[in-house]
Design a protein around this ligand. Structure first.
Ligand SMILES: [Zn+2]
Length: 293
């Protein structure tokens, strides 16, 4: 009997039942991981980009548009990192809940302290980071700010579970504080590196690494032979502790450079799930910091 009443009620109101899980769509794996820390079993998370994909070069797929159509909330990195596919998903999914300005449209960079904000935005120069460095998921303080913002937004959309989300944020915050001490104790401070892409600037800023040169002359631009020659000279005279890169791009170039200079290539996870033992954001940071010499 109750079931019948319920079905009739839902049919007439068109509303989701109060206990339905919030349907979260996250563009990148770290965003999905953070959402899960806060939402736990009160949300379902669909992540659009695979950890093995280069996040700068993602293209929209029909499955992404379908996910967007069903989303209660769309969470994304922002700073134009998703410019190649997000506008199309927003337009084609025709979901009024996730359009900009709605609470279901969560640009996580809104909560981050962004570095390398450029004064002149000129994509013709090839720089794929015109609004500042978008890779702030390597920054624990930024993750704390983003998780706090996510908590507010989730609690606003799903008031019945507001206390649950806030409690999970407290647990997340305490865990982060503890793990940050562990990571700082690894003390990579002052060590010099060459990096393929400007992916590790927040890591460098937080933990005191020195990134002295880049294999890419500008973010998104592959190196010329002359640039590589210059880099080899710099590396021979200053002897960095490693060449930092990821599994999905830059690896071949980094290995070639490592072969020519004798400098060790260090593969770091680009995102949660990109390497074994990086199943959530904490494990991802663990792997990153313990991989440094
Ligand atoms: Zn980038």
């Amino acid at each position: 009997m109750w079931k019948i009443v319920l079905v009739v009620l839902l049919t007439f109101t068109g509303a989701s039942p109060a206990w339905a899980e919030l349907n979260v769509v996250a563009t990148l794996p770290w965003i999905g991981s953070l959402a899960k820390e806060i939402g736990q079993d009160k949300i379902t998370v669909t992540t659009l980009v695979k950890p093995s994909q280069d996040p700068h070069l993602v293209e929209a797929k029909p499955s992404m548009i379908l996910a967007g159509r069903k989303a209660d909330i769309l969470m994304y990195n922002g700073l134009d990192l998703e410019i190649g596919y997000l506008p199309l998903i927003l337009e084609s999914s025709r979901n009024p809940r996730i359009v900009p300005g709605q609470p279901g449209n969560l640009d996580c960079s809104r909560y981050a302290q962004v570095i390398e904000k450029s004064t002149s935005v000129d994509r013709s120069m090839g720089d794929v980071h015109p609004l500042g460095n978008p890779h702030y998921h390597f920054s624990p303080p930024n993750m704390l700010r983003v998780a706090s913002g996510m908590t507010d937004v989730l609690a606003g959309l799903d008031r019945n579970n507001g206390d649950f989300y806030r409690e999970n944020f407290k647990i997340f915050s305490r865990k982060l504080e503890q793990r940050l001490k562990d990571w700082q104790a690894l003390n990579p401070r002052g060590k010099k590196f060459v990096a393929y892409h400007k992916l590790f600037e927040y890591l460098a800023a937080e933990f005191g690494l020195r990134i002295m040169a880049y294999v890419e002359p500008k973010p998104g631009i592959p190196p010329s032979a002359a640039h590589v020659e210059g880099l080899i000279d710099i590396m021979k005279s200053s002897n960095p502790a490693g060449i930092l890169t990821t599994g999905y791009y830059g690896r071949k170039e980094a290995e070639s450079l490592g072969g020519k200079t004798g400098v060790k290539v260090i593969i770091l996870p680009a995102d949660v799930g990109a390497m074994e033992g990086t199943e959530d954001w904490f494990a991802f940071m663990d792997k990153t910091l313990t991989s440094l010499p």
